[in-house]
Ligand binder design. Structure first.
Ligand code: SF4
Ligand code: SF4
Length: 342
């Protein structure tokens, strides 16, 4: 795949071409918040990261998946309408590499050789993803210690980076290359510059603990380690860490109905809630926050890597580190797990 250049004077035309016939989503600052919004005009390249990860584009916080209506002469709902396939062709510009990798982790959960989730698939497959690399990583970022890179390419159709008030671009898929060419970007040889910026950005994240020992340790050794109660002690069970995480994907299904019909909703859920695993009988296999915290970190750092060939369920985006009201830091927990299994 090739590299391209968009000069500052050509940026407006470039973004207009991305939006041509498609919905263009890009990060927009709103006070001290930043979120993915539909844009038509110029896109700012100067933002830290969106507060919410882009997973909500494909897996909304709440989503109607089915509507049902009662027929007058029937006692139960008996007309159904699938609301799932309403995806429109979309381009997202400005996904950070950690988030694109997070989306690819969830994509393997929602689309694999045993199961396809039509609500995720419709949106994911109709969306072209252009990343924005991080030449100057933010203080909370640790993607490199989780197997990623500030210039990571996984899950993206193209990767952009700020260059002389314009953009450098690397096409990563045929669809990404076609899109960039159609937007009149100039061909350029940027491979050496990208390599050097990548090395600089990884070095800027500093030396982080080596968590690979977790990959090699036995599940039961980690599961039975005696630090879990202490690790869980400050947790409030608020679920903020899971809602902001680009790889968390648990949901609940609820019917909301009245006498003439209703809708079936899919809503984000969280393993940090006591209700998440409580059975109808009242039994709960994860009755205390110790079991729930252990589940969260074992899932991210051990179970997902086993299921996905070593790919971790944490991409080092740092959101949970910043947002947790109890200051529970996954880097500290990973280091404790590594120590417990060394
Ligand atoms: S666990 Fe925390 S740092 Fe890791 S990807 Fe999720 S939100 Fe980001
Ligand atoms: S954000 Fe912190 S306090 Fe809230 S559930 Fe997650 S670990 Fe617990």
């Amino acid at each position: 795949m090739s590299e391209y250049l968009v000069k500052e004077s050509a940026l407006a035309g470039f973004f207009a071409a991305l939006a041509n016939g498609r919905r263009l989503l890009a990060p927009q600052a709103q006070g001290d918040d930043c979120r993915l919004e539909v844009v038509a005009g110029p896109v700012s390249l100067d933002y830290a990261n969106t507060r919410l990860s882009p997973k909500s584009v494909f897996f909304p916080q709440t989503e109607k998946i089915l509507a049902f209506h009662k027929l007058a002469d029937k006692p139960r709902p008996n007309q159904y309408q699938d609301l799932g396939d309403h995806a429109e062709p979309t381009v997202i510009f400005g996904i950070r590499p950690c988030d694109a990798r997070g989306l690819s982790v969830s994509n393997k959960v929602f689309q694999n050789d045993r199961f396809t989730d039509p609500y995720w698939k419709g949106k994911y497959d109709k969306t072209l993803k252009i990343g924005l690399a991080c030449p100057d990583p933010f203080p909370q970022c640790f993607c490199a210690s989780m197997g990623g890179s500030p210039f990571g390419e996984v899950g993206l159709d193209a990767l952009a980076y700020p260059k002389d008030k314009g953009l450098g671009l690397k096409a990563l898929t045929p669809a990404g290359e076609e899109l960039i060419k159609a937007a009149q970007a100039e061909a350029a040889d940027l491979a050496a510059e990208i390599k050097s910026l990548t090395a600089k950005a990884i070095a800027a994240q500093g030396a982080l603990p080596d968590y690979r020992v977790i990959d090699d340790s036995q599940i039961m050794e980690l599961y039975k380690a005696d630090h879990w109660a202490t690790t869980a002690e400050p947790c409030l069970g608020c679920g903020v860490c899971t809602f902001f995480c680009p790889t968390c994907h648990c949901f609940d299904i609820q019917d909301e109905a009245n006498e003439i019909g209703g809708v079936r909703m899919r809503n984000w859920d969280t393993c940090m809630s006591e209700l998440f695993t409580r059975h109808g009988s009242g039994h709960n296999p994860r009755p205390s926050k110790t079991e729930r915290i252990r589940q969260r970190f074992m899932h991210k750092l051990k179970y997902i890597p086993i299921k996905q060939d070593g790919v971790r369920g944490c991409t080092g985006c740092g959101r949970c580190v910043v947002m947790c009201p109890a200051n529970i830091d996954i880097r500290t927990v990973a280091a404790t797990m590594a120590q417990a299994s060394a």
